[in-house]
Design a protein around this ligand. Sequence first.
Ligand code: PLP
Length: 401
Amino acid sequence: MAAASGTVYLDHAATTPLDGRVLEAMLPYLTDHFGNPSSIYAAGREAAAAVRTAREQVAAVLSCAPEEIHFTSGGTEADNAAIRGIALAQRNRRGHGHIVTSAIEHHAVLHTVEWMEKRLGFEATYLPVDEHGLVHPVDLAAAMQENTALVSLMYANNEVGTIEPIAELAEIARARSVPFHTDAVQAGGLLGLDVDELKVDALSLSAHKFYGPKGVGVLYLRRGTPFLATQTGGAQERNRRAGTENVAGIVGLATALTLAQQERQAEVARLTALRDRLIQGVLSSIPESRLTGHPTRRLANSASFVFRYIEGESILLSLDMEDIAASSGSACTSGALEPSGVLLAMGLPHELAHGSLRLTLGHSTTEEQVDRVLAVLPGIVQRLRTMSPLGPGQSTQCATS
Ligand code: PLP
């Protein structure tokens, strides 16, 4: 299941290939069974039944009621709907206008909270993280205010793989009757999603992170959680998410999540062994390399590093020439390399945060592939360092700008 012949695909946190079994489940709803679930005739009822079954399958994985599952167009929409929907309802009902989140959230959360601040006058607290990317419960407790409308903290970080103590954090919000949302997009397929164990009131998922299709996600909303629908139109999803359902996508999401749940234990054990082989291999063969994220509380598929004196982008280009697909936390914007905000929030100095590399494993990853990376990466880092403009006192401008 390699991304392309010979390619070593190590960017499963960005997206995963569609599982063949998922495609098979989806195909009838892209062809013969094309009805609109809102139509009353047979084809519509058939589509509605498929969505109903998918909702039950997702609810079974989350250990919740099917009515608490809302299908969306992906993780970004689920995060947006949770934050806007809950915070606005809380302000309307109680006058609460304060949101707590963290400095290391995905932009789907971070930019939404920032927008609520700038455009709607909400107040926000961005919790700090420690050097491993962990949010500490004491910091959340200290940040809670009388008027806190919502807490939104991610389950696992997309850049460094750190797994947050969600149940412990959610407990703090629950004790104060404040709704708690978690962005579980990176956790889907890798971590337990029982919403009662997690003690969360809202949770976001995205199918393309667990071998489902792109453009479909889930927003779980616990019964009774204040929510004002911000997308208006039809009465779909119990008036909470207007728009004709993406029937094939929803069937694909539910199939992929069910498969991920069934295969999770074995796959997590396999990935953990491969991940640790990769981490140990990199750290032992590359001088001045450092693991980012938590050493043990990390996603089974996630290995992330920083290498002093070089830019993550140039490592990616060199890896690409070796047919290895990977990712970096930094982004080349407006001609200057911006180091990852996540790494900076974890206290890494700028010069280290520039040289970040994220390798995320998945179904297609084999030991041979890990060894191929270990065979080429030390040479790439060494070569880039000899040409690096990033030595002490040097500029950090993009070479290409
Ligand atoms: N949240 C996290 C943690 C993610 O990693 C992503 C995607 O990378 C998203 C949200 C957005 O999900 P989607 O791509 O489905 O919009």
